[in-house]
Design a protein around this ligand. Structure first.
Ligand SMILES: Cc1cc2nc3c(=O)[nH]c(=O)nc-3n(C[C@H](O)[C@H](O)[C@H](O)COP(=O)(O)OP(=O)(O)OC[C@H]3O[C@@H](n4cnc5c(N)ncnc54)[C@H](O)[C@@H]3O)c2cc1C
Length: 413
């Protein structure tokens, strides 16, 4: 029986695992080198993405590749040096996009995302931060009349999957977001999507809830992970911590501690940036909006209006490349009356596996070592269900959804 657990990483995924294990009576130590929620779980767009069920590498990617390869499109930046250093990952990412794989991955992502808003609403209420939740949807916007076809196709696709959406014309867009400049002839409102006004503060509040309930949080760098008797030991800058099980929830850094154990989860990163801008006085944005042609989200946050960029496929720790966020900022200024930039540009890295489906389960050949990472573009949304799945499997309960598509063994033996 599991009585003690180490959870490594206090982003949304790790904090959620810690809370779910604690709920089952397990004494949990949560370890992070930073305060909870200061990395990827801080800088995202805060969208509770209950409709994000299509993996980024879907069959339509093949048609877009030629457009992307010149690194002129704001949706993607590809470092060729990185591509040639790790060609296997990129080829696998492209291979997983083939049509025969689409339905199973869409089903897995829909199962994972369906309860996102309900789970966060419950946790935010328990953590005393329900005021940070908005339940008024997200709005996708197209800049040209050609967007009608895209909006209609997405509306029909979502309908087939039981997700309601509403196609809006220019007037309809103005009715729901009056401060947007009238440059978008077509939009798609997806009402069931939620959002928060500070993902970092929400993650920190969940961690505070965990501590209030008796959980232990240690601020230390984990330097190694090894078997210790029947359990696991994390060596850290503050000494060693032992427990019956260990959960690796280190987001984009998860591979670093696994590779010395002979485990290569094929994790890579899709970097992204954000920048905050002040809205002009008298304007308001009620919900996050996504400019399809500009390839950015603009989300109202506590700190200002947060513009988040597309995907930068570069080495995780390479210097910033602001091409996409500069382009997104310029496009956002066309869309909305924005004032000055607030603070510095932030960079983060979405942890991504080649099939764009996270790894949630026990590591092959390493009993008691649990993996919870690779939540790519939807990790803020899907942290809570990831935590519930891990805790249920650790306690030999039935997980809330079928864990098979998420099993670590699909990439490691
Ligand atoms: C620009 C951008 C926009 C996004 N928008 C959205 C969105 O709108 N909605 C959504 O759902 N998702 C979004 N995402 C994705 C989401 O942010 C991530 O999937 C999610 O935050 C991953 O959470 P995590 O807990 O796995 O990782 P993290 O939040 O990165 O947590 C990992 C933790 O591990 C710690 N750590 C790492 N190595 C060590 C070590 N050796 N020792 C100790 N601690 C260590 C780090 O300090 C960190 O706190 C976005 C991502 C980006 C980059």
């Amino acid at each position: 029986m599991t009585r003690t657990a180490l959870v490594l990483g206090a982003g949304m995924v790790g904090v959620s695992c810690a809370l779910a294990l604690q709920k089952r009576g397990i004494a949990v130590t949560l370890i992070d080198r930073k305060e909870p929620g200061r990395e990827t779980s801080y800088g995202n767009a805060g969208v509770l993405a209950s409709s994000s069920i299509v993996p980024l590498n879907n069959p339509s990617l093949y048609a877009k590749i030629a457009d992307y390869l010149g690194n002129r499109h704001p949706a993607l930046n590809l470092s060729w040096r990185r591509a040639f250093t790790r060609p296997g990952w990129l080829l696998r990412f492209l291979w997983e996009a083939r049509p025969s794989q689409a339905a199973a991955r869409i089903a897995a992502l829909q199962a994972l995302t369906a309860s996102t808003v309900d789970r966060h609403r419950a946790l935010m209420t328990e953590a005393g931060v329900a005021h940070r939740l908005r339940e008024n949807g997200t709005l996708k916007l197209w800049r040209t009349e050609a967007g009608h076809a895209g909006a209609q196709a997405e509306h029909d696709f979502l309908k087939r999957h039981g997700i309601a959406s509403q196609i809006l014309d220019r007037q309809g867009i103005s009715a729901v977001e009056p401060s947007l400049n009238p440059i978008f002839p077509v939009g798609l409102l997806i009402p069931s999507v939620g959002s928060v006004d500070s993902p970092g503060a929400v993650t920190a509040a969940y961690a505070a809830l965990f501590a209030e309930r008796g959980g232990r949080i240690e601020r230390a760098e984990v330097t190694a992970l090894a078997r210790q008797g029947a359990g696991w030991r994390a060596s850290t800058t503050k000494g060693a911590f032992d427990a019956d099980i260990a959960v690796v929830a280190l987001g984009p850094w998860s591979g670093d501690l696994l590779e010395p154990l002979g485990l290569d989860p094929r994790l890579d990163v899709e970097r992204g940036y954000h920048r905050h801008l002040k809205p002009q006085p008298g304007t308001n944005l009620a919900r996050p909006v996504y400019d399809v042609d500009g390839a950015y989200y603009m989300a109202p946050m506590e700190q200002g209006y947060r513009i988040t960029s597309g995907v930068d496929l570069s080495f995780r720790d390479a210097p910033d490349n602001h091409r996409q966020i500069d382009s997104a900022t310029a496009s956002a200024r066309e869309a909305f009356p924005l004032g000055e930039v607030i603070g510095e540009t932030w960079r983060g890295a979405r942890p991504t596996l080649p099939d764009s489906v996270p790894m949630i389960g026990e590591a092959p050949r390493h009993p008691g070592l649990w993996l919870a990472f690779g939540n790519q573009h939807i990790g803020f949304s899907t942290g809570p269900i990831t935590g519930e799945m891990i805790a249920a499997m650790v306690c030999r309960e039935k997980p809330p959804i079928d864990p098979a598509p998420f099993r670590p063994g699909r990439y490691m033996s």
